[in-house]
Design a protein around this ligand. Structure first.
Ligand code: NZQ
Ligand code: ZN
Length: 389
């Protein structure tokens, strides 16, 4: 395994159907002023809001709320939340929701004591905070992003039609604690559940498809991918299957909590393509990835046949005997394509309302990373978007 690295992940996890019982002990560690952050109302419908607020009140907390965090949270919404957190002198930001809510809480946490414009500072100049950071806790209700145990935060600037993520280097920006109860995810609509499942799978791929050394992270990744494949088939047929949903929740956290990226160069180009689309048409994150993934991987496969062959054999169980390496690699991607269709994922950008005449503009805002098997140029990006239509 190559590379020098540091590994530190300070997020404390409470997992399982009784996980919320641990919230009060965590709340005791922080001051009185809690800002409760949540989305568009799912937690009010499924009762999680009532459970959490009852615990906050029992602990004697002084609660302010930032509600209505939308999927793909916007800069305008961020500016509104920073003001609320400031005027409440927040001692803790408690995010109750999915990746959007958790990401939002993290960027509020690094902006509440900072006078700079958060978009310019964190998403254009990619600076690290120099100010005091308000601690974040998370009660997760949607599975996929790994935001519950990482320092990533993705924000959309609607005026610029740009969606950009910043993975902060400072691990104190990771949630101090996260409460993971798979039952809280049971009310997710099928569309969101499968989008999250694909997000998990793609996070693992983005790290796996890089480097040529023999790397422990790749073996862990193969195990995680096999778990997602097995559990997603069960959950797709029976959304209330607790064991499958439990495995999916746990796998999501490990797919993007900094573990399997250790010693890897990583790629992340599928996310750059998907984010550019998401910033333009405001689509569900996982579906923006599923729509571009196959054209991208079919495009880069000739530059990494050996790794794609390994993926086919070790992850998809392709029998390599009597076949050349490219044929085995292609069979793996074909197996993946049919499983994605079985899950009901979006396989074309047209289904996300992307039109041919938008492609040049989307390509203009696509961030090009160079660490994958084949660094792309603008022409190739346009080609991949066209193939994804
Ligand atoms: O807003 P509410 O009403 O709560 O509804 C949400 C939302 O509409 C709903 N939902 C969540 N939990 C539910 C539920 N509905 C019923 N029952 C529940 N238990 O699901 C919808 C989607 O929620 P959202 O939080 O947007 O989904 P997700 O977790 O996929 O987060 C997406 C955001 O995370 C970013 C994405 O770019 C996107 O902005 N990402 C963050 C990453 C990170 N921090 O490392 C990495 C990812 O690659 C990703 O980029
Ligand atoms: Zn993702």
């Amino acid at each position: 395994m190559l590379g020098n690295f540091t590994y530190c992940n300070p997020t404390k996890l409470y997992f399982g159907e009784n996980a919320l019982n641990s919230l009060s002990a965590e709340l005791d560690k922080y001051g009185k002023n809690v800002v409760l952050i949540y989305g568009g109302g799912s937690i009010k419908k499924n009762g999680i809001y009532d459970e959490v607020t009852a615990i906050l009140k029992n602990c004697g907390k002084n609660i302010a709320e930032i509600s209505g965090i939308m999927p793909n949270p916007t800069l305008a919404k961020l500016l509104e939340g920073i003001e609320i957190a400031r005027s409440h002198n927040a001692d803790l930001l408690l995010a109750v929701g999915g990746g959007s809510v958790c990401d939002y809480a993290k960027v509020v946490s690094v902006s509440v004591n900072c006078d700079d414009d958060p978009w310019d500072k964190y998403y254009i100049r990619f600076e690290e905070p120099e100010c005091d950071i308000a601690p974040v806790g998370c009660v997760l209700t949607m599975v996929g992003t790994g935001s519950e145990m990482n320092a990533g935060s993705v924000i959309t600037n609607q005026d610029a039609k740009q969606k950009i993520g910043h993975v902060f280097a400072d691990e104190s920006i990771m949630p101090r604690f996260s409460i993971l109860n798979p039952k809280f995810t049971m009310t997710l609509p099928h569309y969101q559940m499968v989008a999250g499942i694909y997000d998990i799978f793609n996070h693992i791929c983005e790290q796996y498809f890089s480097g040529e050394d023999d790397n422990t992270s790749d073996y862990i990744s193969e195990g995680l991918m096999k778990s997602v494949i097995a559990s997603s088939r069960i959950a797709n047929k029976d959304m209330q299957n607790y064991e499958a949903r439990n495995n999916i929740m746990w796998t999501a956290t490990w797919a993007l909590n900094t573990l399997v990226s250790r010693g890897k160069t990583t790629d992340w180009m599928v996310h750059m393509l998907g984010q550019a689309v998401g910033g333009y048409v405001n689509a569900t994150h996982g579906m923006t990835l599923s729509a571009v993934f196959l054209p991208y991987y079919r495009h880069i496969m000739p530059c990494a046949v050996e790794k794609f062959r390994r993926f086919a054999v070790n992850v998809w169980g392709v029998n390599p005997s009597g076949k050349n390496d490219v044929a085995v690699a292609e069979e793996g991607l074909n197996a993946m394509e049919s499983r994605m269709k079985e899950l009901g994922l979006v396989m074309n950008l047209t289904d996300l309302d992307v039109q041919e005449d938008m492609i040049e503009h989307i390509a203009d805002v696509t961030i090009i990373l160079k660490s994958g098997y084949k660094p792309l140029d603008r022409k190739e990006i346009i080609e991949i978007f066209r193939e994804s239509l």
